[in-house]
Design a protein around this ligand. Sequence first.
Ligand code: ATP
Length: 289
Amino acid sequence: MDISLKNVEYRYQVDTPFERLAIKDVSIEIPEGTFLAIIGHTGSGKSTVLQHLNALLKPTGGEVVIGDRVITADKKQKNLKEVRQKVGIVFQFPEHQLFEETVEKDICFGPMNFGVSEQVAKKRAREAISLVGLGEEILSKSPFDLSGGQMRRVAIAGVLAMNPDVIVLDEPTAGLDPRGRKEIMDMFYSLHKHKNLSTILVTHSMEDASRYADKIVIMQKGQVYKTGTPIEIFSNPEELIEMGLDVPEVVKFQQRLEKAFQRKFSKTCLTIEEMTEEVSSFLKRGDSR
Ligand SMILES: Nc1ncnc2c1ncn2[C@@H]1O[C@H](COP(=O)(O)OP(=O)(O)OP(=O)(O)O)[C@@H](O)[C@H]1O
């Protein structure tokens, strides 16, 4: 399912003294099967954009196209439930939304709320729990007896059990240790690859944006500042640093080497493997000078 935002504007608390323009003139194309990362400073509008992707927010200007639905400020919208089922959102700290007595009931809650039978919901719960790397024995436990990392996986399983076509992630690894972060991100990447799940990731981690995304959008002051592939975005690290944004460690390392040797590498490296190759040919070239 394709999603696109066309010149979207959103104002919070319209017609009140607290009215605030949060995003304006935002255009983003997300073809089916894309892994898109949205980066930018706090307050740049990332979460506001994200909530338009499953019609939790309706634009106050422009239009949002989700599959065959067109959502604008004026149009009366029916059956947004269908859109919300197809586009699943994993909010920050999703485990805070667990509330049922058992993991199984918690995971089944969403699908049953959308009219799926109990039997089918239970089947989906078993599939979803395995997709997030947990064993079926956990289904009968109370979510509140689990570790933080397990709770997070259970909450994600609840979103997956809705069988979404698109998954939207708002800093899904916030508060996890480095190993937990990598496990969760690898899991989303594998779902994206094997189930062709379009994935939209809002993140402060440039490492994750460069490692997993096909396309990156930089938001600044409520607008899209730049869109490109990870190579296009990170091949000019000075621009990002000037904006006060970080760049991946491997890019910083390349910058330092280039400065120390007063020579440019033939390309920007985004992984340790690429960097190793580039450094060895760089040193060989150095030898033959
Ligand atoms: N409920 C709200 N009412 C009024 N203004 C809001 C509301 N939510 C967000 N804003 C404002 O909209 C702008 C964009 O906020 P948004 O949360 O989309 O940014 P963000 O890039 O996701 O930030 P963060 O990285 O901190 O999550 C900010 O100026 C923010 O103060």
